[in-house]
Write a protein of this length. Structure first.
Length: 165
């Protein structure tokens, strides 16, 4: 059996950025388990694993364009400071570099990082935290199996490392 569409893949990985920072890991004790080829991961992550077998190692890079994108200036937005005041908001919420969960006009959740603030407004960056980053993935395939029809219908893995419901 090899990694291909509709296989459940269990693997370890380390995600390292160009500056050497480790952004994410999945370990043998707590592996990343997903259905290959159905959009659960970055498409280039799926394709980087194509044809591998249990026990194989992998190492590949994904450019920003194929990962979390190139940052956009128009995703840096000034917001009136009064949005950050009120009975439910801690007085010290404003801190440069802090990530704050917000909503867009349609009520969809989006995270913003505070870049700057003054008495009147707060400049927030809504770009993905990993935008502009080249991703270096390195890891090992632990196991492979066929996804069940139920898992394919749900679009996620059941049981070990997946959903329990
Ligand atoms: Zn399910």
């Amino acid at each position: 059996m090899q990694v291909e569409k509709n296989k459940v893949v269990s693997l370890t990985y380390t995600l390292t950025l160009d500056n050497g920072e480790i952004a994410d890991t999945a370990t043998k004790e707590s592996p990343f388990v997903f259905i290959h080829g159905i959009g659960q991961t970055l498409p280039h992550f799926d394709s980087g694993l194509n044809g591998l077998k249990a026990g194989d190692s992998f190492e590949f890079d994904i450019d920003p364009e194929n990962a979390y994108g190139v940052s956009r200036e128009d995703f840096k937005i000034h917001i009136p400071r009064e949005v950050f005041s009120g009975p439910d908001v801690p007085a010290d919420v404003l801190e440069v570099g802090r990530m704050i969960p917000m909503q867009d006009e349609q009520g969809r959740p989006m995270n913003g990082i505070i870049l700057h603030f003054d008495e009147e407004r707060v400049l927030m960056d809504f770009n993905h935290p990993l935008s502009d980053q080249r991703l270096h993935f390195k890891g090992d395939i632990i196991s492979l199996r066929d996804a069940t029809p139920e898992e394919l219908a749900h679009g996620h893995v059941h049981g070990e490392g997946g959903h329990h419901h």
